[in-house]
Design a protein around this ligand. Structure first.
Ligand SMILES: *[C@@H]1O[C@H](CO)[C@@H](O)[C@H](O)[C@H]1NC(C)=O
Ligand SMILES: *[C@@H]1O[C@H](CO)[C@@H](O)[C@H](O)[C@H]1NC(C)=O
Ligand SMILES: *[C@@H]1O[C@H](CO)[C@@H](O)[C@H](O)[C@H]1NC(C)=O
Ligand SMILES: *[C@@H]1O[C@H](CO)[C@@H](O)[C@H](O)[C@H]1NC(C)=O
Ligand SMILES: *[C@@H]1O[C@H](CO)[C@@H](O)[C@H](O)[C@H]1NC(C)=O
Length: 701
């Protein structure tokens, strides 16, 4: 329990009254008064810091692993695929939790185009003439209520054709097949998941003339029967309202509109288990596996095909308008209620969702519980904190994207930070991804939280030991709900998790019992991840000066440039970019000096408060500078020119997506033209970096 905290500084001025009329006494009293106010203000500020510190301690000490376990159990009682009745129940569970804690709660409904399977079958015909109907559902899960494995937004269709194995289905994989004289046109391709998004894999296969795609995930031997469901839609948000929000009665495209159709692959696909993939794979003949392709199925593979094994593939799905629900808890700030720190996690799951995403939901619910207790003992954050529980993330970040689209302007001017947690606990080992101004505060927070996997060790030590130093990844992916915040608004973002590549990802086995047995048997990793998450939010909400350091950003950009330099051709100059980074570094240095000053002289007169707020706004807005209204060539909605998805994974660059795409543009275009395109993209990034520096300086003239 928290001890009630009573700093007892309310209304200090009222104790002074001016009863004496003599001017000497008045002067004396005035001086005394000024001195007293000065001291009290300093004590008050000190108290503000002490109080914030006190509540951060309280926040950590209020954690118990037991609550995480019980929240997770409740959340995963039944499957809760977005748009279903059981999913609405889960939304109501979260809503009830927030209301019962006494928190201000909101539920926002949207309509979106979701996609569900109606029927699918896979019959394989071997060269011996024998025929085998494959069981597509995970064994033992037939009557569980878990949705059958499918690819959301796959077109319906059937195919009867020879199977050919195409490794990860990348351009270079088709290239390797081409060298062997293998053509995939007219075939069903068998592909391993891993290097590209599902939608991009299917589109590439369609481009090569394939008629259907079977996709499997290399797994842990114990889970070869699991099947990875997933979306094949490209881009983010509801396909029927591609750049605006889904208000009732608002504009909506037709399902058959070209704008909508181009977000879906042209040929049908379905996910299959590694077990079924192995059965097919082992019976392929033809050219031998290219030497670079590892035979991960451990099969005695004699060839990549095509055939002689044939697949008779049928998928029938439907796309329906469905209601989805975002749930929010709002803790209004006392001093800067118009500045928002957002914590978000999605709630919808392909199956039971114990890891993905409800380990994160359990953490969100527990943070709510602890914040509510702190509020009862007198805490109120300086800035507003919003806890967000998103729906339909699995279909393409639909819940969060629609909400962000609805609030573009307000988020642009008021969102200080967005901190995401999706598959919060997958196993051991802490991971963090963030935009670089977060680095310092992220590191500091890991020094306050214990490592759940080594007795008596702080997380910072365990984390840096296993990585050989601090390793904070960046946010170029479009794989969770931070994407709309970063790509559409330019909000500083972070994403946290324990463990990676868990073997039951999107399968029917992602259940409470898996978590209990493998993911986090003692629920101490849940305690730890929520500790980092909740403490980060407390700093961002309570620190008088926002804990963002843009020198880290400049240093990271410089490192990116050093890597980029290696993949550049002659006649392309990095000078504009290098200069802009120098500019950002000096703006960051000035900002850090200013921050130090503002923190030292923490006066609480109105002018000082305004000064601090104006300064904080510059720290908040600098990230917006990296956006460009025209966005990336591959998708106008991806507007962040430093971190964003590349259309070509082969570039191997996970930053400067526009530059990366220009570099990997087809070699067939004229060299001069290509160089000009790369140079143009470098100029665009340089302008964005200068814009960020300008926002950080905050001077209009
Ligand atoms: C979902 O709930 C609605 C309203 O309660 C009901 O009409 C509908 O039949 C339910 N659907 C399923 C699949 O249970
Ligand atoms: C591969 O073939 C060899 C020889 O035929 C056999 O001994 C081995 O068990 C096979 N391995 C697998 C994984 O099928
Ligand atoms: C393929 O499967 C479908 C549906 O199961 C069936 O109707 C059709 O006859 C099969 N085609 C061949 C060539 O086996
Ligand atoms: C909580 O942690 C303690 C100590 O690590 C452990 O004994 C207990 O079983 C855990 N409780 C749950 C519900 O996992
Ligand atoms: C660089 O540009 C010059 C002048 O346009 C041209 O003559 C030269 O061939 C180019 N070099 C390369 C490597 O493209």
């Amino acid at each position: 329990m928290v001890q009630p905290f009573s700093p007892n500084i309310s209304n200090p001025i009222s104790i002074f009254t001016f009863k004496h009329s003599s001017s000497r006494t008045l002067l004396f009293v005035t001086i005394l008064c000024i001195l007293a106010i000065y001291t009290i203000h300093h004590t008050a500020i000190k108290n503000t810091q002490n109080r914030a510190e006190y509540y951060r301690h309280a926040f950590l000490s209020l954690a118990t692993n037991q609550t995480f376990s019980s929240y997770l159990k409740d959340l995963t009682l039944h499957p809760h695929l977005a748009g279903t009745n059981l999913s609405l129940k889960t939304a109501q569970y979260v809503q009830t939790h927030f209301t019962q804690l006494g928190l201000e709660t909101k539920m926002a409904e949207f309509q979106g185009l979701l996609s569900y399977p109606v029927h699918s079958s896979l019959v394989v015909r071997f060269s011996t003439g024998s025929v085998k109907e494959m069981a597509l559902m995970e064994m033992g899960m037939e009557n569980s209520g878990v949705v059958m494995p499918y690819h959301a937004y796959s077109p319906s269709g059937s195919a009867y054709a020879k199977v050919v194995f195409v490794n990860f289905g990348r351009e270079e994989d088709y290239g390797a097949l081409g060298v062997l004289g293998v053509k995939v046109s007219g075939c069903v391709v068998l592909v391993r998941r891993g290097e590209m998004g599902r939608g991009a894999v299917v589109e590439k296969a369609a481009e090569k003339g394939a008629v259907a795609v079977l996709m499997y995930t290399d797994g842990d031997g114990n889970w070869v029967n699991g099947v990875e469901r997933g979306t094949v839609m490209m881009g983010i948000g509801d396909p029927l309202s591609p750049a605006w929000t889904d208000v009732l009665g608002g504009e909506r495209l037709e399902v058959g509109d070209n704008e909508v159709l181009k977000r879906f692959p042209r040929i049908p696909s379905m996910p299959i288990s590694a077990e079924i993939a192995g059965t097919i794979f082992r019976t392929l003949e033809g050219a031998p596996l290219p030497p670079k392709w590892k035979d991960t199925l451990g099969a005695n593979v004699s060839g990549v095909g095509p055939g002689p094994t044939m697949a008779n593939f049928t998928y029938q799905g439907e796309k329906n308008m469905a209601a989805i629900y975002n749930v929010f808890a709002i803790i209004r700030g006392s001093e800067e209620p118009e500045r928002h720190v957002l914590l978000g996690n999605h709630r919808d799951a392909w199956t039971y969702g114990a890891v993905d995403p409800n380990s994160g939901t359990a953490a969100l619910l527990d943070i709510a519980r602890r914040y509510a207790m702190m509020m009862r003992s007198g805490w109120k954050p300086r800035r507003t904190i919003v806890l967000c529980s998103w729906d339909a993330e699995e279909f393409g970040m639909i819940g969060s994207t629609e909400w962000v689209e609805q609030n573009l302007i307000n988020l642009g001017s008021k969102a200080v930070a967005y901190i995401n947690v999706d598959c919060a606990v997958q196993g051991p080992g802490f991971f963090a991804r963030a935009t670089p101004q977060f680095d310092d505060i992220l590191i500091e927070v890991t020094k306050k939280v214990m490592d759940p996997d080594s007795e008596g060790v702080i997380l910072y030590e365990g984390w840096t030991r296993s990585n050989g130093g601090v390793n904070i990844q960046r946010l170029s992916g479009v794989d969770s709900d931070y994407a709309p915040f970063l790509q559409l608004v330019g909000v500083p973002c972070a994403d946290l998790y324990y463990g990676k590549d868990f073997p039951v990802y999107h399968t029917a086995f992602d259940s409470y019992s898996w978590m209990k047995q493998y993911g986090d048997p003692l629920f101490q990793r849940h305690v730890s991840v929520s500790g980092v998450w909740g403490l980060l939010a407390l700093h961002l909400a309570d620190d008088t000066v926002l804990p963002f350091n843009y020198l880290s950003y400049a240093a990271q950009l410089q490192e990116h440039v050093n890597i980029l330099r290696k993949s550049l051709e002659a006649n392309v100059s990095l000078d504009p970019l290098v200069a802009s980074i120098g500019n950002l570094a000096s703006a960051a240095k000035e900002a850090n000096d200013e921050a130090k000053k503002l923190m030292e002289q923490e006066d609480s007169d109105e002018l000082s408060i305004l000064k601090r707020q104006a300064f904080n706004d510059r720290l908040m807005l600098a990230e917006r500078g990296f956006l460009d209204v025209d966005g990336l060539k591959r998708g106008k909605r991806f507007k962040h020119l430093v971190y964003g998805p590349t259309s070509n994974y082969e570039s191997k660059l996970d930053f400067f997506p526009g530059v990366a795409d220009a570099i990997s543009q087809s070699k067939s275009i004229d060299r001069r033209e290509r160089q000009a395109a790369i140079q143009h993209e470098i100029w665009r990034v340089a302008r964005a970096v200068n814009n960020a520096a300008k926002a950080l300086r905050g001077q209009l003239l």
